[in-house]
Ligand binder design. Structure first.
Ligand SMILES: [Zn+2]
Length: 250
């Protein structure tokens, strides 16, 4: 592909110093995937490109690209900042982890499709003050399929039963009904309500997930279960996750 000017819509989610006064900024887009941009002169005072490439800026950017490797940011059109999110350490930490997680599921320039919509959903909800922890758990459950882990949440992996009392087995890759609790050693021993939460947030489309209000105990148990599913099936070891675990208030 020849080098061309291209307009992309996306969200800046990571930046680091590059040469002299230049920055490298990562942008997440729907159709063109994740792109690393060279932002020339961004570290000079009064650089307009710098303000437009703060973390979690969302907008239309004009880039010079040949579809692989580093691209150049030329200019930008409308850019929206999520101020609340930028100033709030906790919101920032949750959002950083979510974008880091999505970043690790794709190679650069690979279209993100519905996972881009998931990123936008999370960004807007967290900015609006919806429970950070619940939004993060929703994203984690939805991202399992992007990593090639497709847990069976619709019915018992052994007998296919769809209604009843369920637990989860990482080894068997999904939910198991109470008929087999005695014989499945690998189950997580979740309370039925906790397994129900995993099923709901894993199965329901994001536009149907309203405010999910859970007590702290349930939320902590589902958090532990999801972390364990990730550890035992994907093992990412992300710094943003470690940081989040350190600042977590419960
Ligand atoms: Zn069963």
């Amino acid at each position: 592909m020849a080098r061309e000017l291209k307009e992309v819509q996306g969200i800046i989610f990571k930046r680091q110093k590059y040469k002299e006064a230049d920055l490298l900024a990562k942008i997440m887009t729907k159709e063109d995937g994740i792109i690393t941009l060279i932002v020339k002169g961004a570290l000079r005072p009064k650089s307009q490109l710098s303000a437009a490439t703060l973390n979690f800026s969302m907008g239309t950017y004009v880039i010079y690209t040949n579809g692989h490797g580093l691209s150049n940011l030329r200019t930008y059109k409308e850019v929206k900042q999520f101020d609340g999110l930028y100033r709030d350490l906790t919101k920032n930490a949750y959002t950083s982890f979510i974008f880091d997680l999505i970043d690790h599921a794709f190679v650069e320039y690979q279209p993100l499709g519905k996972y881009y919509d998931l990123a936008v959903f999370a960004l807007k909800k967290i900015d609006a003050g919806v429970d950070n922890e619940m939004i993060t758990q929703i994203v984690q459950m939805k991202m399992l399929s992007a990593f090639g882990v497709e847990p069976e949440l619709r019915h018992c992996v052994i007998c296919g039963k769809e209604k009843g009392t369920f637990d989860y087995s990482i080894k068997l890759g999904g939910i198991i009904c109470s008929d087999h609790f005695a014989v499945v050693n690998s189950r997580l021993h979740l309370m039925p309500k906790q397994t129900a939460v995993l099923r709901t947030i894993g199965l329901l489309p994001i536009n149907r997930l309203g405010n999910i209000e859970l007590n702290a105990e349930t939320k902590k148990a589902t958090r532990k279960a999801i972390d364990r599913i990730y550890r035992e099936t994907i093992d990412l070891n992300l710094k943003t996750k470690k940081f989040l675990d350190e600042i977590k208030l419960f």
